[in-house]
Design a protein around this ligand. Structure first.
Ligand SMILES: Nc1ncnc2c1ncn2[C@@H]1O[C@H](COP(=O)(O)OP(=O)(O)O)[C@@H](O)[C@H]1O
Ligand SMILES: CC(C)(COP(=O)(O)O)[C@@H](O)C(=O)NCCC(=O)O
Length: 339
């Protein structure tokens, strides 16, 4: 069987000790170089088979397999350990609460992971990869993925609120519905449904929903998933979706690199999905590539970059793990929150 993981390291070559760069011991994060992090893969007992590598390629994403092995296999191992530890903690709580905990207090509660970051930083790719890797563990085979775009207000409502040029800003989402959705999944409800957004029609799809049925792990991916809660009225506490996360990942990169990836994806979509007669963006296949890219640069400058700077980047410090990518999408540094 051909595999991607390297054999376990001999006991004489321990992983290099993590170094702290420019952070005091009081920092809530431990900083790791890519080399330090990837050395931890030797402790990952679940290598990828050739068939699984093919399956990952079948996701349709551009994924460098060295990247999977060096960065995402150790991450799937870390998450597997966190899922086990969280179940242990819930068991302790159940023991403490006994009958007072209600019906089978928290048994089978899904482990919820948030994936945050800018438009075009690669959140969807990371989330799909994590779903595939996490589902390989026998302890948690059922992994569901939900993107927050389904909780954008429909265009008609955005127009009514004067928010059509603010798609992706926190206020363009039905945040209560998103938080309720995750709360319901976490409460162990048999079936929970979410609305669905289509990039093709650039709007919420009427009469279509996505149903989540008691997964072992739920991944929630979106620009704003690490936003704090809005202030509650009358001194009441409000919860945000992040309050339900057991772990979160912030995908980070230089703004100039993300803009380049955004324009690259727009160029690729112009040659593919935008050609569809029902595409909202079809008009950009009818003009020159330069005109189309000027439009995309305008969207970046007026919507996506300000949203990154004003709303998304300020939430980075709330993540459990920050993946810092270089210009080629390869993760160069990682910051892992200490407990
Ligand atoms: N690991 C990667 N290696 C190479 N290209 C990538 C990687 N991750 C994302 N990309 C590319 O970057 C662009 C944005 O990625 P995507 O996952 O769609 O971002 P987001 O969900 O954050 O908007 C896409 O063109 C995608 O193919
Ligand atoms: C749909 C998005 C808001 C992102 O959704 P999310 O991360 O919440 O799933 C974003 O990808 C987007 O399309 N922004 C809109 C910019 C524009 O008006 O074209």
């Amino acid at each position: 069987m051909s595999t991607l993981a390297t054999p376990p390291a001999p006991p004489t070559s321990p992983a290099p000790a993590p170094q702290r760069r420019g952070r005091s011991d009081a920092s809530p994060f431990v900083d790791l170089s890519r080399a330090e992090w990837s050395a931890l893969r030797d402790k990952t007992p679940l290598p990828l088979t050739a068939a699984e590598v093919e399956e990952l390629r079948g996701l349709g994403d551009v994924i460098d397999l060295d990247e999977v092995r060096d960065v995402y296999l150790p991450l799937s191992r870390l998450l597997n350990l966190y899922v086990g530890a969280t179940h242990g903690l819930r068991g302790a709580l159940n023991t403490f609460l006994g009958d007072a905990g209600g019906h089978g207090a928290q048994s089978g509660t899904p482990f919820v992971i948030g994936v945050a970051g800018s438009v075009a930083v690669g959140k969807s790719t990371v989330a799909r990869l994590l779903r595939a890797l996490l589902a390989r563990w026998p302890e948690h085979p059922r992994v569901e993925l939900v993107t927050t775009d389904g909780f954008l207000f429909p265009n008609a409502e955005l127009r009514r609120r004067g928010l059509m040029a603010r798609k992706g800003f926190p206020e363009s989402y039905d945040r209560r519905a998103l938080t309720r959705f995750v709360a319901d999944v976490k409460a162990g409800r048999e079936e929970v449904t979410a609305p669905v957004y289509s990039h093709l029609i650039y709007d919420i799809v009427p009469d279509r929903t996505l149903t989540v049925r008691r997964p072992d792990i739920l991944i929630v991916e979106g620009l704003n998933v690490l936003q704090p809660a809005l202030p509650g009225k009358d001194g009441r506490t409000r919860l945000a979706v992040a309050d339900y996360f057991d772990f979160s990942v912030y995908v980070d990169a230089r703004t100039e690199d993300i803009e380049r990836w955004y324009l690259g994806r727009f160029r690729k979509l112009r040659e593919t999905a935008f050609q569809d007669p029902s595409s909202y963006f079809r008009r950009y296949t009818q003009v020159s590539e330069e005109e189309a890219l000027d439009y995309a640069r305008g969207i970046w400058r007026t919507i996506n970059r300000p949203n990154l700077e004003q709303n998304i980047a300020p939430t980075r410090g709330r993540a459990s793990l920050v993946l810092r990518k270089g210009p080629d999408h390869k993760v160069q540094r990682l910051s892992l929150r200490k407990l």
